[in-house]
Design a protein around this ligand. Structure first.
Ligand SMILES: *[C@@H]1O[C@H](CO)[C@@H](O)[C@H](O)[C@H]1NC(C)=O
Ligand SMILES: *[C@@H]1O[C@H](CO)[C@@H](O)[C@H](O)[C@H]1NC(C)=O
Length: 131
C-alpha cells in the first residue's frame, strides 16, 4: 500500500468518524422543543447534557447515528397550561418516523401544515392531549 492510498484511507476514516453524531440543527431543535415544554420532570431529560444527542433520553437515531428517527416524550409536562408546540421545530427531523407525545396537555400546533414535510412519518401518537 502506497503513501497515497494510505492517506486516502485515513481521510475516509476521518470523514466517516465525523459523520457519526447527531446534526447540529436537530440538536438545536430538540433543545427548543424541550424549553417550550416547560417540563419540571427532571428525570426525563436527565442525560441531555451529553454531547451526542442521539443518546439523549426520549430520542433515537437511525443506525448510522446521524438523524433522529424517533421522538418519545410521554407525560413530561406536569404544567397543566396547554402546550402549543411549534411544528416547524419538528420539521427539522427530516427522517423522523415516529413521533409520540402522549399526555402533554397539547392544545394544538403552531404551523401544523409543516408536518407535511415529514415524509417518513409513520407513527404519530398524540393520545391524552387536549387537541
Ligand atoms: C413554566 O412553569 C412554571 C412553573 O410550573 C410556571 O410558573 C410558568 O408560568 C411556566 N411558563 C410557561 C411559559 O408556561
Ligand atoms: C417556529 O419555529 C421557527 C423555527 O425555529 C421560527 O422561525 C418561528 O418563528 C416559530 N414560530 C412561532 C410562532 O414561534
Amino acid at each position: 500500500m502506497g503513501i497515497t492510498s494510505c492517506c486516502r484511507c485515513f481521510i475516509l476514516a476521518l470523514l466517516w468518524f465525523q459523520s457519526q453524531g447527531c446534526l447540529e440543527e436537530e440538536r438545536a431543535a430538540l433543545l427548543q422543543i424541550k424549553d417550550s415544554m416547560n417540563s419540571s420532570e427532571s428525570s426525563a431529560f436527565s442525560n441531555w447534557y451529553v454531547e451526542e444527542c442521539c443518546d439523549w433520553e426520549g430520542v433515537e437515531c437511525d443506525p448510522s447515528h446521524t438523524r433522529i428517527h424517533k421522538i418519545f416524550f410521554p407525560h413530561l409536562r406536569s404544567d397543566s397550561e396547554p402546550w402549543f408546540p411549534n411544528a416547524t421545530l419538528f420539521a427539522q427531523f427530516k427522517d423522523l418516523q415516529e413521533l409520540e407525545l402522549p399526555g402533554n396537555h397539547i392544545g394544538g400546533f403552531i404551523s401544523i401544515h409543516v408536518f407535511r414535510k415529514l415524509k417518513h412519518l409513520r407513527k404519530l401518537n398524540l393520545r391524552d392531549n387536549s387537541i
